[in-house]
Design a protein around this ligand. Structure first.
Ligand code: XIL
Length: 389
């Protein structure tokens, strides 16, 4: 009889082989963007976006179905990160924000509101006001939510960042934070949060394990602990994810794939890999899908958790650039739809009016499917087209 360990190590061997073959270019992000020579065949009308739009796009098909209706038929959760401040404003702009969000998406993610800094500003003092605003909106519009995020090095409160704690105290802080957040969501909005990014970005830009101060206290074992506490607090049907970025980098791909393999091998209660697609129009999707397919091979579910595809600042009305961007959205969503294990596609925002891109990526903007006036862009029609096929 073949022993389990033998089967596992054979699987692991092929898995690492796959990763090694996928480790081709670490510099792909730095390549020059290609320009689009698509012929543009049709002129959009305004019916799908609910607003007037003057874009010309080869992706426009005349389809009037919303993204959420098309996605539901797949089935796929179609999501957007939500700015909790705008969501609660009483302006006509915010009305439009809520209207487009509820019309087009069946999944929300808190862009910032569920991070530790706003949720636990003082030790053991919790503030769920913005978390609640997003979850109440989701509930009343028949949407689901992703819980982002429980353990991350960034956007942590000063008391935690600067405090000095024993490892017992750190463990207590971790278990208290994870348990309190999950319990709050479950008690008040049962069935709304379908998954949590339990650990976000365990590797920094240089490929080193991070997430201070947890990492400093427990080493890489902090990841095991975080998933164990989340599993104990969450209902069985709520999925637990590891979320990460920059899979264009070969070293990062290998590290994350190895981490996932080790977590699964160690029996850590992880259900899925969240893939941040903060990419450019020229980013190689195959590199990202090498990790996605490795995760699927390990029996994990996959979600696109943070997708945006910026253009240069001055390309907001550049038909060719918008078409190239649309093509990238189309290709990416198509590759996701070809894999039933990919269960959600979330863009990091939905309107260019509220996007982290201009602030965090100098020289870039216009990354999302709707422009700053909430008009559908070619990228929107590309998503619609991919969902219709
Ligand atoms: C970003 C938000 O969009 C910004 O508003 C905030 O200032 C910083 O964080 N990876 C993640 C997200 O997991 O939480 C980050 O969100 C973007 C990168």
């Amino acid at each position: 009889m073949i022993k389990f360990e033998t089967v596992f190590s054979v699987k692991l061997f092929f898995f690492l082989l796959l990763m090694a073959f996928s480790c081709r270019s670490t510099t792909i992000q730095k390549e020059a963007p290609s320009s689009s020579s698509e012929s543009l065949s049709s002129v959009n009308d305004s019916s799908a976006s609910g607003s007037s739009s003057s874009w010309v796009s080869s992706f426009y098909t005349g389809n009037t179905n919303t993204l959420r209706d098309l996605a539901a038929a797949k089935p796929l959760l179609m999501g957007a990160a939500v700015n909790a401040t705008v969501l609660q404003q009483t302006t006509s702009n915010a009305d439009l924000y809520r209207q487009v969000l509820a019309r087009e998406y069946n999944l929300v993610t808190h862009e910032n509101a569920m991070k530790m800094e706003p949720v636990q500003p003082e030790q053991d003092v919790f503030d769920f006001s913005d978390v609640d605003a997003v979850l109440a909106f989701a509930q009343s519009n028949n949407m689901k939510a992703r819980g982002h995020t429980l353990v991350w090095a960034q956007q942590i409160p000063d008391w935690f960042k600067n405090g000095s704690f024993t490892s017992n105290e750190m463990e207590q802080i971790m278990s208290n934070h994870i348990t309190t957040v999950i319990k709050h969501c479950e008690d008040n909005y049962p069935g709304t949060v379908v998954c949590y990014d339990v650990v976000n970005e365990a590797y920094d830009m240089n490929g080193n394990l991070q997430n201070p101060p947890y990492y400093d206290a427990f080493g890489s074992n902090y990841i095991h602990k975080a998933f164990a506490y989340a599993r104990a607090a969450a209902p069985a049907n709520v999925k637990l994810f590891y979320n990460d970025f920059s899979f264009w980098d070969a070293d990062k791909r290998l590290k994350v794939a190895t981490l996932l393999s080790n977590l699964v091998n160690d029996g850590v209660p992880i259900d899925g890999l969240g893939v941040q697609f903060h990419i450019k129009t020229w980013t190689g999707l195959d590199d990202y899908f090498a990790v996605i397919d490795a995760a699927i091979g390990l029996g994990l579910e996959v979600q696109v958790t943070e997708c945006d595809i910026p253009l240069q600042n001055d390309q907001g009305s550049d038909t060719g650039a918008l078409e190239t961007q649309a093509q990238k959205y189309y290709d990416l969503l198509g590759m996701c739809l070809a894999r039933p294990e990919v269960t959600a596609f979330v863009t990091w925002g939905f309107t260019d009016k509220y996007s982290w891109v201009p602030m965090f990526m100098s020289g870039y903007d216009h990354a999302l499917p709707f422009n700053k006036n909430y008009e559908a862009k070619p990228a929107y029609y590309a998503l619609q087209k991919a969902l219709s096929e």
